[in-house]
Design a protein around this ligand. Structure first.
Ligand code: HEC
Ligand code: HEC
Length: 616
């Protein structure tokens, strides 16, 4: 189905209801009307797991090209939804037609080597999901996740296929999907072994600033993923199952249960205003609560409200194969609806007024529409200039202030994509090549020190041409930069004018550049059709940055910190390693997996050999 791109690899089959194996949550939640958080016994909560999950949720390094975190599409202050709302072609495959969907941009398509690939639909822009992002907040209460419930209650270990959670593992099943999905976070064919290897070598939260206190605290004495995994799971191994377990544990703490409605229920101050109360009465009288049932304001069933013809997106039918499920989608919780940027699985509406207008308007599609929709009867319109109490209730009566204000547990760091000043900036300039086409430069990778996947793309150049990336420390003059050095070459694939894309991989090695240093880059394409035989892309300003955890250390092989790698480092390391083994401490744990063992010596020697003689 054209409209569905997320987790397409997940097998379809009959849904299994969550069973009695679901234990009550041990994590503290505010007293309120919500039931205890269901938690599967296979994944008992712990503080170490929760913090690890939070770190993973906000780390853009979880994506192949370091541009997308879970939190890029799930913003706490937006109720866990995505304010970016990018229009994408729906069922008909055509943009700007009525069946378009508003989705979330993920990664620019790239192949298994990380080379940019032109996607048939999205070209070289970030690919867009086929549905609107629904929130992880309060998602813990649903048995099966996603709009169509394809993330199952039974969680199979993505690497071994074993049953990792027998029932109640919807969050675990869901969390494993985006990381290897080639639209959301992965390159084509991404596998879990490469995800694990990447994380093991990464500096957690390397791109983020304004770290929440719990995240910053956890990183003080455990600054690597293997150390964080060791504290959460007993040893430093990074696996798909553990990533999913940690993310799910974090999400089970994202419980928005302190709204004016909850306060009225509990007899606490800060409850519903008279107007909100009137809106609640209208909500109940209008037939909304049949599906949006308190206290969750969803009954977590799948229903068809006749938003669009089922053929445009079959929804639940894709998962169950049952014709009776055509066009059904998960009833969304209305908690925090007032801070959500868009509504419905297709992201069609941006205001609650529009949603109410839909429920009060003429039926759109009657094919398999839920009978409960026949009983929906909106209140009479308010006097001119007055708000409809029902709308006021939905707008403010179900909003948890901690979500709206992004305070614990809904607090968050700032991501790379939240800080325009850290992004490469495209400047004016460029010179046309064959066909009168100016080569395009793709500069979306984050230039943080230690980014081994940093890359610059080239598109719309002469097929078969050789291109270099010119690098300069001074700004362009007249749109052209001085060529202090030339990186490459790369060869433009394809034939004829305007071909591409090509990719230059340019790891930003610690020690080679300094934080805040600015360079200017520009593609130089040999092209007989260009003035002077060279086509130029626009110049780009790149400023190297480090997140709040600081810049990656220059070289790990400089064990004694002398500033250069010498034989003294070998003896210093070996002494530390023996001391670590003898005393059972972490000294000499070179690969930081929580154990001092021969693999650390091997890892050190490898690093030392590649760095020996070099200045640090
Ligand atoms: C590129 C954007 C994007 C990224 C990155 C992303 N998501 Fe989502 N998420 C979505 C969309 C879109 C949906 C709804 C898809 C559907 O139902 O077909 C969704 C659905 C979900 C849901 C289901 C909520 C429910 O009630 O059913 C959860 C939970 C979730 N995402 C958590 C995560 C986690 C954890 C990560 C990181 C591992 C993540 N997401 C990464 C876009 C994204
Ligand atoms: C038959 C069950 C049913 C009834 C009755 C119903 N809804 Fe819904 N509601 C749904 C479903 C299912 C969706 C998601 C539909 C989709 O995306 O295709 C939804 C979506 C919504 C949304 C968007 C939430 C989001 O995050 O996207 C709002 C707001 C909403 N309903 C409010 C109401 C109000 C107000 C009423 C009463 C006037 C009402 N609903 C009646 C089932 C129902």
């Amino acid at each position: 189905v054209a409209g569905v791109v997320i987790g397409a690899g997940m097998a379809a089959g009959p849904a299994v209801a969550g069973g009695g194996a679901i234990a009550a949550a041990l994590l503290a939640v505010l007293p309120g009307a919500l039931p205890p958080v269901p938690t599967p016994p296979e994944n008992p909560p712990s503080e170490a797991k929760r913090v690890l999950g939070k770190i993973l949720f906000f780390d853009e390094q979880l994506s192949s090209d370091n541009t997308v975190a879970c939190a890029t599409c799930h913003v706490p202050g937006n109720g866990g939804a995505d304010p970016r709302r990018v229009r994408t072609a729906g069922f008909d495959g055509l943009l700007n037609t009525p069946d378009d969907v508003f989705g979330s941009p993920g990664v620019i398509r790239s192949d298994a080597n990380g080379d940019y690939v032109r996607d048939p639909v999205h070209g070289l822009l970030a690919q867009v999901t086929g549905r609107n992002a629904n929130p992880p907040i309060n998602a813990a209460f649903a048995t099966d996740l996603f709009w169509d419930g394809r993330a199952r209650t039974q969680f199979l270990d993505p690497q071994t296929g074993e049953v990792a959670v027998a029932a109640g593992g919807g969050l675990e099943s869901q969390a494993a999907a985006p990381v290897v999905n080639s639209v959301e976070m992965g390159h084509d064919g991404r596998d879990w072994a490469s995800v694990a290897a990447k994380l093991a070598a990464a500096r957690p939260m390397a791109l983020a600033t304004a770290l929440p206190a719990d995240v910053a605290g956890a990183l003080v004495d455990r600054p690597t993923y293997p150390e964080l995994f060791e504290r959460a799971f007993g040893d430093g191994q990074v696996t798909a199952r553990r990533i999913a377990f940690a993310l799910a544990t974090y999400e089970r703490t994202l419980i928005a249960d302190d709204t004016p409605w909850d306060r009225t229920q509990a007899g606490l101050p800060g409850g519903l205003t008279p107007q909100q109360q009137q809106g609640l009465n209208q909500f109940n009288a209008s037939g909304c609560a049949v599906c949006h049932t308190p206290p969750l304001f969803t009954d977590n069933t799948f229903r068809n409200i006749g938003l669009r013809p089922p053929a445009e997106d079959r929804g639940r039918q894709n998962v169950t194969g049952l014709a009776a499920d055509r066009g059904k989608f998960k009833v969304p919780s209305l908690r925090n609806a007032g801070v959500r940027p868009s509504f419905m699985h297709n992201g069609e509406f941006t205001t609650l007024q529009q949603v109410i207008g839909f429920y009060g308007g003429p039926a759109r599609s009657l094919d398999n529409r839920d009978p409960a929709m026949n009983n929906v009867q909106l209140p009479p319109p308010p006097p001119p200039g007055q708000p409809l109490p029902l709308q006021v209730f939905l707008q403010t009566g179900l909003t948890d202030a901690r979500v709206a204000n992004q305070t614990f547990p809904f607090d968050r760091p700032l991501l790379y994509t939240d800080r325009p000043g850290d992004r490469p900036a495209v400047l004016a300039g460029g010179r046309a090549g064959s066909g009168g086409i100016v080569p395009a430069i793709i500069a979306t990778a984050p230039p943080y020190i230690g980014n081994a996947q940093f890359k610059i793309g080239l598109d719309r150049a002469l097929g078969g041409a050789t291109a270099h990336l010119a690098v300069s420390s001074s700004p362009p003059v007249g749109g052209v930069i001085a060529r202090e050095s030339l990186l490459g070459p790369v060869t433009v694939p394809g034939t004829g004018a305007g071909a591409g894309p090509a990719t230059l991989h340019w790891p930003i090695m610690p020690g080679s550049v300094t934080q805040g240093q600015v360079v200017y880059v520009q593609w130089v394409v040999s092209d007989p059709g260009a003035a002077g035989g060279e086509a130029l892309s626009a110049p780009v300003q790149v400023r190297y940055f480090c997140g709040q955890v600081g810049c990656a250390p220059k070289c790990a092989a400089d064990w004694d910190g002398s500033g250069s790698v010498t034989t003294a480092d070998v003896s210093a390391f070996v002494n530390a390693w023996f001391a670590g083994v003898a005393a059972g401490t972490r000294q000499g744990d070179f690969n930081r997996d929580g154990r001092v063992e021969p693999t650390d010596v091997a890892a050190f020697v490898t690093e030392w050999l590649s760095a020996a003689g070099g200045a640090c």
